[in-house]
Write a protein that binds this ligand. Structure first.
Ligand code: KMH
Ligand code: ZN
Length: 273
């Protein structure tokens, strides 16, 4: 079976130190968490950055500093900045980190309720604008899909030439407003992907490891980390992102799936070495 790419979503924009004191805010903390995930077996770091007080920001300067700090500790890791940022940010704000020409970045493929009164807005024109900019800059988009219609949107943009083949998807499951985290729904999503695509799965909260296990069995990849889940197991907060990656590695080993290095991940994702 193809080697397993583990993405660590180390920081997110929504989780706080009140929920888990190990959520990173400062540059030093972000670098520490990236290193813990990398040493445990993550080949991709999905990156959001914060001000020192925890406020989410898409500041290019903050991204630059964080990326440099991560690269000092994990020289070959793939860094995948978020262009989703936090709910309510403008497109201009959100797009800033792509000017640093990272190897990958997220491309959110639709609008989604995000619990309470929050709506994560991605109009069709936004998706086209973000996709075209990433294509121009040679950045591999990870299509974030929170529901089946978002896969169809990505396929439409692929047919229009705005997203190149082979496409890579992150199937996000269990957001309040998105598709549920269940094996049945994951099967439906995976069967809806174009031939030749790769995919990873992000299960929210308590679904993180169970959906990771299903994805590993299906030949998909996995995303774990504080952005989506703060607990190692019921009632036990994770001490680091590394602990969550270690757990995914254990599951993969038990299921007979070897772990990809960053360069092996580049090959699988069609990113130039
Ligand atoms: N924080 C969410 C509003 C992404 O990184 O592209 C958006 C998000 C998706 O996390
Ligand atoms: Zn994110």
């Amino acid at each position: 079976m193809e080697k397993l790419i583990i993405t660590a979503a180390i920081s997110g924009a929504e989780v706080t130190k009140n929920q888990n004191p190990n959520v990173p805010y400062t540059i030093e903390e972000i670098a520490r968490e990236a290193e813990s995930a990398y040493k445990a077996g993550a080949s991709v770091i999905h990156l959001h950055v914060r001000e020192d007080d925890g406020t989410p920001t898409q500041s290019i300067d903050r991204f630059k500093e964080c990326i440099e700090a991560i690269k000092n500790r994990c020289p070959d890791v793939i860094i995948q900045p978020s262009t989703g940022g936090a709910v309510g940010m403008s497109n201009e704000e959100r797009l800033q980190p792509i000017e640093l020409i990272p190897e990958m970045a997220t491309l959110d493929c639709g609008t989604c309720n995000f619990g309470g009164d929050e709506v994560f807005v991605n109009t069709e024109n936004t998706i086209i604008e973000f996709a075209q900019k990433m294509k121009e800059l040679g950045i591999k988009p990870e299509c974030e899909v929170f529901d089946k219609g978002m896969i169809d949107t990505a396929i439409r943009q692929n047919k229009k030439g705005n997203i190149l083949s082979p496409m890579h998807f992150n199937i996000v499951m269990g957001v309040n407003g998105g598709i549920s985290a269940s094996p049945r729904d994951l099967t439906f999503m995976v069967e809806s992907l174009p031939q030749g695509s790769t995919f990873t799965v992000s299960g929210m909260g308590r679904h993180q490891m169970s959906m990771a296990a299903v994805s590993i069995i299906m030949g998909g990849h996995v995303r774990v980390g504080f952005e989506d889940n703060l607990y190692l197991e019921k009632g036990v907060l994770a001490k680091s992102n590394g602990e969550l990656v270690q757990k995914a590695v254990r599951i993969a080993k038990d299921l007979g799936r070897p772990i990809a290095t960053p360069n092996e991940a580049r090959e699988i994702l069609n990113i130039p070495l």
